[in-house]
Design a protein around this ligand. Structure first.
Ligand code: CA
Length: 230
């Protein structure tokens, strides 16, 4: 798969071996890679020249990756892929709650990481088609990627918007977690992402929709559907 040419990746990693592996691989695939070894350096770098994507090690000296995420407020910034040495559910869930877009457990292959980088960047550049749709107080402007509830803008990140758009576009049919994973994350099945990650995103979309949250219906043992009648 061709990488987005010249997309700029900021790699925040204190392990020089991992830095070298990622830098070499992504550079060969036509990415521009800027590497720093601490969150403090990353914050400085972000101010000077914002990247298209951040690859962030969780276990960093002094300020760790999760604290960095908290400061970064990813809803406003570039997408973030977390790297962690631990198969630690808490890190993963917390990282996603803090707004990370994906999570890769060490040791990982450079090809796997690149596949995820491609997906996250593609998603950010998402196809813009269609027009506005309205359901009660909920309004979706598919062209501008905007969502409003009672006229007030709702801040959804690209992947959250993509999930909502798929559900709305499914004509009331149930979409399984696996279907959402495949269509929103674009994952080849061999990457084995945890389908429960979808639940985290649904929970966040619901929180942001406030009074209109009930339109996203959980269908037991099947998945989710969108209800036009609240
Ligand atoms: Ca580390």
């Amino acid at each position: 798969m061709a990488a987005s040419p010249k997309a700029k990746v900021l790699l925040v990693e204190d392990d020089p071996d991992v830095t070298e592996l990622v830098r070499n691989h992504l550079t060969r695939s036509n990415y521009r890679v800027d590497a720093v070894d601490s969150a403090e350096q990353a914050l400085l770098r972000l101010r000077r020249s914002p990247p298209d994507l951040i690859i962030l090690d969780v276990g960093l000296p002094k300020m760790d990756g999760l604290e960095f995420l908290r400061r970064l407020r990813p809803a406003d910034g570039p997408p973030v892929i977390l790297l962690s040495a631990r198969r630690d559910e808490v890190d993963r869930v917390l990282g996603l709650k803090l707004g990370a877009d994906d999570y890769v457990v060490k040791p990982f292959s450079a090809r796997e990481l690149e596949a995820r980088v491609d997906v996250v960047l593609r998603r950010g550049a998402g196809a813009k088609t269609g027009a506005a749709a309205r359901f009660g107080a909920l309004e979706l402007d598919l062209e501008r990627h905007e969502v409003r509830v009672s006229g007030r803008p709702v801040a959804l990140r690209p992947k959250e918007f993509a999930i909502l758009r798929l559900l709305v576009g499914a004509d009331g049919k149930v979409l399984s977690r696996a279907q959402l994973l495949e269509r929103v994350w674009g994952y080849p099945p061999e990457l084995k992402m945890d389908p429960r990650q979808v639940d985290q995103y649904i929970a966040r979309i619901r929180r942001r929709l406030g009074a209109e949250r009930r339109r996203i219906v959980t269908v037991s043992a099947a998945g989710y559907r969108f209800s036009e009648r609240a």
